[in-house]
Design a protein around this ligand. Structure first.
Ligand SMILES: [Zn+2]
Length: 130
């Protein structure tokens, strides 16, 4: 069952003892240093016009929570555009993303939908910083 805690992590969230948490990278990185252990996974939200999850972010989240990290790419209205699967081989496009070069090879997970490759996300960030 999914539950939304609009104020982010607080005493109520801690009492709930979630097996999985999802949120923006900055909030997750803040929690990663607090010794919180999860059972299932961490879902990091990244947003259109911003860079994707970096390898450093992934490592910090893995070290902090001890569970797999999945990225979900959202637009500014928090609608899902692309989501990372168990194969961790890019993000499967759910909507939009027509401006990106997409990887159309069949993914290791068996899903045939095109994927945003990490490379294009890195290039996107480079373009943002240029
Ligand atoms: Zn896949």
């Amino acid at each position: 069952m999914a539950r939304v805690f609009r104020r982010g992590w607080d005493d109520r969230t801690a009492r709930y003892k979630p097996a999985c948490i999802a949120g923006p990278i900055d909030e997750l990185l803040r929690l990663a240093s607090q010794g919180l252990r999860l059972e299932h996974s961490v879902i990091a939200f990244t947003y259109e016009g911003e860079g994707g999850l970096s390898n450093e972010d992934r490592e910090a989240l893995w070290n902090g929570f001890g569970v797999p990290v999945f990225e979900q790419y959202l637009d500014r209205q928090n609608r899902l555009l692309a989501t990372e699967c168990d194969a961790h081989s890019g993000l499967h496009v759910v909507a939009g993303c027509s401006d990106y070069a997409l990887d159309t090879e069949v993914c290791g997970c068996g899903n045939r939908s095109p994927r945003l490759s990490r490379g294009s996300r890195v290039e996107e960030l480079v373009e943002l910083l240029a």
